[in-house]
Design a protein around this ligand. Structure first.
Ligand code: ADE
Length: 234
């Protein structure tokens, strides 16, 4: 996969891509990240990327020309992209969308800044508009990193143990079950007996039940599909 991020602040993203799972995914050749500063596509002397809104009001609005030029250049070089515009007005990002994105050959993420985008950026290019939650960030960079990481770690081979991706939270529509490691007793809190019993079937049942209980208590909205009480799910 080629994952291109259009941002005015590439250095805020760079360091993160050099660590951990994302670094390993690149080293394994599963993903190539490209950071593009779309200010480089501004054609005026001052390298302008924003301007005052018509009709008045506070703040600045991202101009269409540099964004269009950057997107068109990326597509001319690499081919068509699935294009994602990060905005609090978008569809809520979730594990299902991460999985969908992980199946793309090319993914482009556009990070906004300032008061927002000139509407013609939205109208003139085909975007998935995506939000990472109901709060306002000062720019799309942190949102883009969340999307990039959730997507890249699903690429086959990115995680050491392929079962990790299948068993983790949300994939099964459930929150994770509680995990324990040594010591067996810590400050009076003991590891549940069943986990050290060696009975694999009992462990599996305990974990499934714990995950269901935790999901019902904390996130009843998730309604796992395999739960008969939850109807047809999704
Ligand atoms: N840009 C600013 N806030 C955002 C959010 N919540 N999600 C995605 N992009 C954003």
């Amino acid at each position: 996969m080629i994952l291109t991020i259009l941002t005015l602040f590439p250095s805020t993203i760079e360091g993160y891509l050099r660590e951990s799972i994302l670094r390993i995914a690149q080293e394994k050749g599963l993903v190539r990240f490209r950071l593009v500063n779309f200010r480089d596509y501004s054609t005026d002397r001052h390298r302008t990327v924003d301007d005052r809104p018509f009709g008045g009001g506070p703040g600045m609005v991202l101009k269409p020309e540099p964004v269009f030029a950057a997107v068109e250049d990326a597509e001319a070089k690499d081919g068509p992209y699935r294009k994602v515009l990060l905005t609090p007005a978008g569809r809520r990002f979730d594990q299902a969308l991460a999985r969908e994105f992980s199946r793309e050959e090319r993914l482009l993420l556009l990070c906004g800044r300032y008061e927002g985008f000139d509407e013609r950026i939205r109208l003139g290019l085909r975007w998935d508009e995506v939000s990472v939650g109901d709060y306002v960030l000062s720019g799309g960079e942190i949102a883009a990193l969340a999307v990039a990481e959730a997507t890249a770690r699903l690429l086959p081979g990115a995680l050491g143990d392929p079962e990790s991706a299948e068993q983790e939270s949300f994939t099964a529509g459930l929150l994770d079950f509680p995990q324990y490691t040594r010591p067996r007793v810590f400050r009076g809190m003991a590891v549940p007996e069943v986990l050290v019993s060696g009975d694999h079937e009992a462990v599996r049942r305990w974990r499934e039940e714990a995950a269901r209980r935790r999901t019902a208590e904390r996130r009843p909205d998730l309604r796992p599909e395999s739960d008969p009480k939850a109807g047809t799910g999704g």
